[in-house]
Design a protein around this ligand. Structure first.
Ligand SMILES: [Zn+2]
Ligand SMILES: [Zn+2]
Length: 269
């Protein structure tokens, strides 16, 4: 009998609807569950990008929030006011959102470091060093594999490296090219210092070093996210990270940059 390829029992699809300093939002779907991770575009833009993959916000069972910065929560107020979608966040993020967006949200609180479930998804949370109230990363265990979110972090701690290691698919921040950031004339020195600090954002080189530590035999897809429009170029981020992975013999990982202007192609896990 011919050997048939194994088909996962449950179809799991993952789409980065957009990622960059100006907005971050991703969509994850299993047979039973549909969620967003962050909602950093306008509600209209999120609806349009979901419509492009034949989905709509009406069927969402929840929105996972990494932290309260505008580029992660911009669309929340409008989306949630109309649709009452539950938000999954920690207490400090909830308080920051209530103050910032002047809205009442149906929050399902988690304690940073703890796990929780949304439908058939098991979500693991962990603290990341970034200048927000209580920012987190996620490892989402789906019936077909694990998806990691590691964005907006000043530096890659031992903890975050360990927590995302089980990922088959990972979104990793590659925010800026050091030289482009230093040469940038739009940003005052204080802003550059913030970005470069241990609670700011990962440079391409720092992302490459993190990727080298995270990479495993089962990591197959690495998305580079949160690219700065002014202080990075997709080819620079890709070269830094893919080049480093090649050097350490990790040629099985597909490295792809993301854009804040358009969704990435949907990935079937
Ligand atoms: Zn942030
Ligand atoms: Zn951000």
């Amino acid at each position: 009998m011919p050997c048939l390829p194994t088909v996962p029992a449950v179809a799991v699809q993952f789409t980065i609807l957009g990622s960059g300093s100006g907005g971050n939002c991703a969509y994850l779907e299993t047979d039973q569950t549909r969620i967003l991770i962050d909602a950093g575009f306008s509600a209209r833009q999120i609806r349009l990008r979901l419509a492009a993959i034949q989905r709509s916000p009406e069927t969402l069972q929840g929105i996972l929030i990494t932290h309260e910065h505008t580029d992660h929560v911009q669309g929340l107020a409008v989306l949630c006011a109309k649709l009452q979608i539950p938000l999954y966040c920690n207490r400090l993020t909830k308080e920051a959102l209530a103050y910032q967006l002047q809205g009442r949200f149906d929050c399902r609180l988690f304690v940073t470091g703890a796990d929780f479930e949304v439908g058939d998804l098991a979500v693991e949370t962990f603290s990341v060093p970034h200048d927000a109230q209580d920012p987190v990363g996620f490892l989402i265990r789906t019936p077909a594999g694990n998806v990691g979110f590691l964005t907006d972090l000043g530096h890659a701690t031992k903890l975050v490296i360990e927590r995302v290691k089980p990922a088959q698919v990972l979104l990793l921040e590659a925010n800026h090219d050091l030289k482009l950031l230093q040469e940038d004339t739009k940003r005052p020195w204080s802003v550059k210092q913030r970005i470069l600090s241990r609670h700011g954002h990962l440079s391409n080189d720092a992302a490459a070093a993190a990727a080298e530590q995270i990479v495993s035999g089962h990591l197959r897809q690495l998305y580079l996210g949160h690219l700065s429009r002014d202080c990075n170029r997709p080819e620079l981020a890709h070269r830094a990270v893919a080049g480093r992975l090649r050097q350490v013999g990790a040629c099985h990982v597909r490295v792809e940059t993301t854009s804040q202007d358009a969704a990435s192609p949907t990935l079937a896990l």
